[in-house]
Design a protein around this ligand. Sequence first.
Ligand code: HSE
Length: 441
Amino acid sequence: MNNGNRKGLNIAICGLGTVGGGTLALLQKNAEELRLRLGAELKVTRIATRTLHPEKLSGIENLSNDPLDAVNDESIDVVIETIGGVDPALEVIRQALVNGKHIVTANKALIAEYGNELFQLAQANNVTLAFESSVAGGIPIIKALREGLAANKIDWLAGIINGTGNFIMSEMTSKKRKFDEVLIEAQELGYAEADPTFDVEGIDAAHKLTIMGSIAFGIPLQFNKTYTEGISQITPEDISYADELGYCIKHLGIARRSEKGVEMRVHPTLLSKSRLLANSNGVGNAILVHGNAVGATLYNGPGAGAEATASAVVADLVDLCRHIQSGAASPVYPPLGYREMPSGVSVVDIEDINAEYYLRIPAMDRVGVMARISSILQAHNISIEAVIQKEAISETVPIIILTHSAEERQLNKAIDAIEALEDIAGKINRIRVEPFHGEAA
Ligand code: HSE
C-alpha cells in the first residue's frame, strides 16, 4: 500500500474547508517538528476539493474534484475526511475503509450517527478510524477519556462543547450584543457549522456528547437518545435575572451515571458564577470529567477554528504513524475504549432525571397569583429555593423561581398546570440548574 514513504504516511485530504485547509497549512508549517517527532514524513500527496485552487496547492501531486479518486489511489495510506456532513462523506469513508485506508475524520455527525457501523467496518479491514478532532476542536478529550482516564470508572462529565454557542452566550452576557449579530461573526470566523442551526439548536453539541458518553460509559453510540435543547429560547432577560441570582447561563452537555442508567443531555444550564465552567468564554470549550479514582479533571481550550481543530487532526496522524512504525498488527486502542461493553446500561429518559430548575413565569399583576403558583408546585412535590418578582411590564410581572431538586416529569406537569391558570400571560421559560453539589467543580 505505502510506496516510497515507508516509515511515514502518504496522505489524501478530502475537503479543503476550514478544517481541511487548516490541516494542510499546519502540516506545512510544522513539517520539520513533525519529521523530528516521527523520524519520517507526513506527506500530503493528494487533495480532493470541490473548488480547486491550484495556486494555493503548489507541491501537491494530485488534485481532483472527486474524493473517490483519493480513496481508490493505491499509494495513499490515510484519508483525512474533512468534507463534513453525511453525503458524500459517509460513502467516502465506507469505501476508503473497504480499500484498506486508515481514516482521520473531524466529522462528529458521522461518528455519532454511523460510528457503530463504521468502527466495525474499520475493524473488519484492520485499519484505524481516528476521530479526535470530532469533539472539542483542539482539546485532546478523546485521548483523555479513552487513554488518560482508562483506570477510572467515570461518574460524570459536563462540558461546554460548542464554540459558536459559547461565543454567542459570552458576547450576549458580557457585551449585551444581539444574538443574530454575534452568530454572523461566528460564521465569519469559521466557528459555525455549514448549517448554523446545528450550533444554535444543540445538535452539534449532542453529536459530541454522544461520542464522549459512549467512551466514558462503554455504551453504544446512541445519538437519537441524547436529549437536545439549544440556546435560541434564551433571552437577554434570562441572562440578566440569572446574573442577579449569582448565576451565568452556559450551554452544557452533561453525561452522568445514575441509578437509572446514563443521563445524556444537552441544554442551556444555570451555573453558579464561581464554578470552573462558568469561566470558559468566547470560542472556548471546557469539559469536566469526574473519575472514581482521580476525582474531577478539567480540559479547557479552543473548541473550534481552523488551526485549533487541525491540531487534533494532525495528532491523530502522528498517533497512526507511530502505530504503523511499531509494527503492531491492529490498533492498540479500541476506538470507543471498551473491547467488551458493559451490558444492560440504558440511556435515561429526560422525564426521569432529577434536577433543579429556573422558571421565568409571565404572570398577571393580580392578588393571589403567587399563592396559586406555589400551591401547584407544592402539589407536584416541588420545593422553592428562591423567588424574585420583577417590576410589572405593562400588566405582566415576570416571576423568577429557583426550585430544589425535583423529578422532571413532575416539573413538566406543574408547568402545564401553571400555564393553564388565567393569571398566566404566556409560556414559562424553564432552564435547568447544575449545582455540582459538594463536588470540586
Ligand atoms: N461548529 C462547531 C463549534 C465547530 O462551534 O463548536 C467545532 O466542532
